[in-house]
Design a binder for this molecule. Structure first.
Ligand SMILES: [Zn+2]
Length: 161
């Protein structure tokens, strides 16, 4: 059975119990930017439920052009007022270089490796703070999630105005 077949089979039970949410606006007015790492239960780790937050994921949970594109919509179309950046321990982007990742993948891309979580979270928070079109964002936080203990550590907290 293919993975997609397994998913479609599982979906039958999901759809039977599904309750539709009429409003696309996140109830907690928050967007979470985090890593695609399969070990992170984003909603569980942050005490969120379905409908509470936007969750934007990529390798490393870094603030890229595409994350900014999503946040612009989160803020101006869907009422988000806080952005929480969550990096994590033992991330695949820790302790590697762009050169190594270009060689390993064959993709000539900037992979945004992480040498230091505190520094990269501060840099990413500063990118959000500097984006004039994200002016309505009132709170920007940076957290590190420990994949071994499940605990969060607060690194950056910036209130605007
Ligand atoms: Zn990661």
């Amino acid at each position: 059975m293919s993975e997609v077949d397994r998913m479609l089979e599982a979906n039958a039970a999901h759809a039977a119990a599904h309750r539709a949410l009429p409003d696309a606006r996140p109830r907690r007015q928050v967007a979470v930017v985090t890593c695609m790492d399969a070990r992170i239960d984003v909603l569980g780790a942050l005490g969120l439920g379905v409908g509470d937050a936007h969750v934007i994921r990529n390798a490393g949970g870094r603030v890229t052009e595409d994350v900014l594109r999503s946040l612009a919509l989160s803020v101006h179309v869907l009422g988000v007022r806080a952005v929480v950046l969550v990096q994590h321990t033992r991330c695949g982007l820790e302790g590697v270089t762009d050169e190594e990742l270009v060689e390993r993948t064959g993709a000539t891309l900037s992979f945004l490796p992480i040498a230091d979580h505190d520094r990269s979270l501060a840099e990413d928070a500063a990118v959000i703070a500097a984006a004039s079109y994200l002016g309505p964002v009132e709170e920007i936080a940076g957290l590190v999630y420990d994949v071994d203990t499940g605990a969060l550590r607060e690194v950056v907290l910036r209130a605007r105005d």
